[in-house]
Each structure stands twice: as structure tokens, then as C-alpha cells.
Design a protein around this ligand. Structure first.
Ligand SMILES: [Zn+2]
Length: 532
């Protein structure tokens, strides 16, 4: 290499490529630059100019920096072009080939595609000879160098990604520095506020989706954002996105990088680093969220994760999902506490878990194992009593009789009310007559009218209520199905250890109040009278 080359490095990142940045950092502009710079240092090639087409597709050559590069070749400013690989120059084979085979050669321009091992100087057997000079080992070495160089920048707290975290913008004066995005930061603040108020990641995601707040990739106009069609193009917020936001230290001013890493230089495989490998540099930019709020939210998320863990093991507990807090109506969670090899299980109001710190509800803690035992005993007793009467065939008639009696008594009350209503109707009518005939003074008329009117309204309301009750009773009579209830209870009694399915079939809910009183509700009205 006697001839001294004045080289230009050509860097290109299409919007399409930008999608894959997370999984392949080596295609970022920064990486392309580092690979080329370290190659040039190694080969003693002088770089005189850089050409960057950020956001341009390789399918055509209508790109500003590419055009400038051609001008510089024409003017003789550069006589060597270096790209990371062929595809950076262009993806359209015929035209790209024309540039490499014809144009560059005509102009006496040396062309190097580093990762493809191509150097036009070694043209006769280019691929092979180049590969020998520039072997796998060296590529790995470069890859390592690039990695460590990027890491060094990360350790400095310099922002090296191409699209900043939602809520931030690149500082126009310093591309390695972030500033607050005045619009998106409001959404971030709101997400943290909702999390503090006890909203789950799922419900926050739903609320933002319903309000048609654009999801981050749509808001930031990321290339793949354009493909979003759901929710009128605003996108659907995922709970994972909310969780990512809620747990990102970026929002308290820390620069967090190195979350993903490629395993080998030419590998497409990428792994998520564990949090210990993250490179975090504190106080690198203005925070959106204060540290106290952030820490409180982390506490809430940790508690919720515990609850969720138990939800996964739903079938582990016969009554999970059926236990209800009497005070606030929310579900009671069953938590596991490991104690020197002894696992104890206890209940806790889920609302208390979320908002207990704000004085909402009480813990409602009782020993789950004892509760389960009690509940099974209650159901066993109810089942045996019910089946005794069911088998004696007295049950159906008796229950219907009771219901019929109730219905009759309700009807009697309705009849009474009807009589009362017509009495007030007549009284009001008479009142108007008396007034027309000047039989009563104005003020007495007003008072009496008000009084009768009220009585009439009360009686009418009562009647409506009773008719409702009567209809419910009638429905009950129709709905009572002693046979299927008996079948279910027999199934329950057959097994020494009832299955969760039988429990779900039988039990509607179990209410537990602050004084640890337990009330069992069945799915069968037929059993109600047997529960004490
Ligand atoms: Zn509660």
C-alpha cells in the first residue's frame, strides 16, 4: 500500500435499520464510525471526510451525504471509500454493484467494505485475499474494541443511543446529553402519579390507551411507529411499557445504559444484561421524577409482584379468588410466608396492600390454612343436612311452600298499599273540589295538599319495592334447581380432598370482616337456608 489514500467513511442508517438498533447495536451510526476508525488506524489510512445518511434507505442512491461523497470523488477530495459493509453503501444489488465495479474503478477510487472483507485493491481474488488479511480474529478484535469504546462512553454517562428514552429529547447543543421533553414528560409524571394511587400497570395502560395518548414509538415517530394502526394509529399501551417506565432510573436523572449486549461480533443473538451489568451514571440530566416518588413506586411494584406471584399459583389454594374483604369489597390475597422451613399462609386485603399506607382499609389478616379447614367443615355440614332433606323428598315442597307463603304475604301488603293509594287519590281530588268551592282557606289547602302528596308518594314507592320483591321471589321459585345442587354437593362429599373446581362450582364468595368474621355465600340459593 504505497499510495497514500485520502479516505471518506460513508455511514448510513435507514429507518428500517433503526428498528433493530436494540438487538444489533453494531449498525448504529456510532458503531459504524468506530469500526471504520479503528480499521483505518490499523491500516494506516487517513480519513479526510465523513458522510452520514441517517434515516435513508439503501434501496436507492437519492441520499444527500452520498451525493456529496460523489461530488468529493469528482473533485478529487477523496480517493477511497470505506463502509462497514456493502449494505451500508446500498442494498440495491445492480446499482450498488455498478458503483463498486464500474464507477469507483473508473475514478480510481479504492473501496473497502470492512465486515464483508472486500477491498478493491485486492481485486483479482478479492474476497479470499481480503479475508486472509482481515480475518475473523481481527473482526472479533474490532468488535471487542468497539464494545469497550462504547462502554467507555456509557461510563462517562454520554448518551449513545439514537432515540432517547420516552420523556427526553436529545440536547440539540450536545448529542450525548438529554433534555426533558415538555410533552412526554407530563405523561411520565402522570404514570408515576397513577402508580402511587394504586393503579396497576394494566389499568394505567388501559387508561392511556382509552385517552388515545400516543404510545412512545408513535409519539417519537420511530420508524416502526408508522406501522401502528391500532387505536386509530395511537397504539395500544402495553403493561410492560408502563412497567419499563416506572422502573427506569432515567427518570430520576440517571443515565442507564448497557441493558443489552450482543454475544459475538457477527451474532444476531442478543441477550438482556442483568441489572448488575447496567451502566448507571447518576445525575446526568434533569430528572422528571423525584427520588422519593420513584422509590415509593418501586415499593408498590415489589408488593404487587408478590401478589401476582401468588395469583400464578391460583390452584394452590382452594379458595383463592373467592375471599372478599367485607369492608372494601376487594379480593383478599393469599400470601405465603416462609419461616424456617415452615410455610404459613395468610390473607391480606389487596386494597390494603396497595393503599394501606394512605389509610385505606385494614390488613384483614387471618391464617389461611385454618380458614380453609373451617370452610370445608362448614360446607360438609351444610351438604349433609341439605342432602338428608333432599333424599327425604321433603325439601322441594317445603321450600316452595315457604316461598309461596312469602309471596302471599307480600301480595297482602301490596293490596293494602293499593287501598291507601286510592284513598289519598280521592282525598286530593276532594281537596281541589273544596278549594274551588271556597270551602277551605288557601293556607290549609296548601298544607293538606303537601301532606297527602307525600303520603301518596311514600305509598307508591313502597308498593314498587314490594312488587320488585315479589318478582324476585317468583323468579327464585322458577330457578330453584334442587337436583343439580344435590348433584354438586354429593360430588363434594365423595372426595376426601375437594378439588378447586368443585369449590368454584359451589361457592360464590367468602366475606371476611375486620373482626375476622367469616360469611360463606353459595352459588345455589337452594342451600342458603342451611347456612348458619
Ligand atoms: Zn379491604
Amino acid at each position: 500500500m504505497s499510495k497514500k489514500y485520502k479516505s471518506g467513511d460513508y455511514l448510513r442508517l435507514s429507518k428500517e435499520d433503526a428498528k433493530n438498533l436494540k438487538s444489533d447495536e453494531s449498525i448504529s451510526i456510532e458503531s459504524q464510525r468506530m469500526i471504520i476508525e479503528s480499521f483505518c488506524k490499523f491500516q494506516n489510512i487517513e480519513l479526510v471526510e465523513e458522510y452520514v445518511d441517517d434515516g435513508f434507505s439503501g434501496s436507492n442512491f437519492d441520499r444527500p451525504a452520498f451525493k456529496r461523497m460523489i461530488e468529493d470523488i469528482e473533485s478529487g477530495k477523496i480517493n477511497c471509500v470505506i463502509t462497514k459493509d456493502f449494505s451500508r453503501l446500498g442494498r440495491e444489488l445492480y446499482q450498488t454493484g455498478t458503483y463498486i465495479e464500474d464507477y469507483f474503478k473508473d475514478k480510481g477510487v479504492r473501496y473497502i467494505a470492512i465486515n464483508d472483507g472486500y477491498d478493491s485493491l485486492n481485486d483479482n481474488d478479492n474476497m479470499i485475499s481480503m479475508k486472509l488479511a482481515f480475518n475473523d480474529y481481527y473482526l472479533r478484535d474490532i468488535s471487542k474494541k468497539v464494545k469497550s469504546a462504547l462502554k467507555a462512553k456509557k461510563i462517562n454517562g454520554d448518551y449513545i443511543g439514537s432515540i432517547p428514552k420516552y420523556g427526553f429529547l436529545k440536547d440539540p447543543n450536545n448529542h450525548n446529553h438529554l433534555i426533558i421533553d415538555p410533552i412526554a414528560s407530563l405523561v411520565v409524571k402522570r404514570i408515576f402519579k397513577m402508580a402511587l394511587e394504586g393503579y396497576s400497570c394494566y389499568s394505567i395502560a388501559n387508561i392511556l390507551t382509552e385517552e388515545k395518548i400516543p404510545i412512545p414509538i408513535v409519539y417519537k415517530k420511530e420508524p416502526r411507529g408508522a406501522a401502528v394502526k391500532e387505536n386509530d394509529g395511537y397504539g395500544i399501551w402495553r403493561h410492560q411499557t408502563i412497567r419499563d417506565i416506572l422502573t427506569s432510573e432515567m427518570y430520576i436523572g440517571n443515565m442507564v445504559q448497557n441493558m443489552f449486549e450482543k454475544t459475538r461480533y457477527n451474532s444476531k443473538k442478543i441477550h438482556s444484561n442483568s441489572p448488575e451489568d447496567y451502566i448507571i451514571v447518576e445525575d446526568m440530566h434533569e430528572p422528571i421524577i423525584d427520588k422519593n416518588t420513584f422509590n415509593e413506586v418501586q415499593d408498590i411494584l415489589r408488593t404487587n409482584a408478590k401478589v401476582k406471584y401468588n395469583r400464578k399459583n391460583k390452584d394452590k389454594y382452594l379458595f383463592s379468588g373467592l375471599l372478599i374483604c367485607k369492608e372494601c369489597g376487594h379480593k383478599l390475597t393469599i400470601l405465603e410466608k416462609k419461616n424456617k422451613g415452615n410455610n404459613s399462609h395468610y390473607t391480606q386485603c389487596s386494597q390494603y396492600t396497595k393503599k394501606g399506607r394512605y389509610g385505606v382499609c385494614n390488613i384483614h389478616r387471618i391464617n389461611y390454612n385454618l380458614l380453609e379447614e373451617d370452610l370445608i367443615n362448614i360446607i360438609t355440614n351444610v351438604a349433609s343436612e341439605f342432602l338428608k332433606e333432599y333424599d327425604a323428598k321433603s325439601l322441594t315442597e317445603e321450600a316452595n311452600l315457604i316461598l309461596q307463603e312469602e309471596i302471599t304475604s307480600i301480595q297482602t301488603s301490596i293490596d293494602l298499599l293499593n287501598r291507601e293509594i286510592s284513598k289519598y287519590d280521592t282525598a286530593i281530588e276532594q281537596l281541589y273540589m273544596d278549594k274551588v268551592e271556597n270551602k277551605i282557606p288557601e293556607n290549609i289547602f296548601d298544607n293538606l295538599l303537601k301532606k297527602y302528596d307525600n303520603e301518596l308518594k311514600n305509598a307508591t314507592n313502597k308498593k314498587i319495592q314490594l312488587e320488585d320483591d315479589k318478582n324476585t321471589m317468583l323468579e327464585k321459585v322458577e330457578k330453584l334447581d334442587y337436583d343439580s345442587c344435590a348433584r354438586c354437593l354429593k360430588k363434594f362429599l365423595t372426595f376426601k380432598h375437594p378439588s378447586r373446581n368443585i369449590i368454584l362450582e359451589l361457592v360464590n364468595r367468602v366475606e371476611i370482616d375486620n373482626d375476622k368474621n367469616v360469611k360463606l355465600f353459595f352459588n345455589f340459593n337452594e342451600i342458603s337456608s342451611f347456612v348458619r
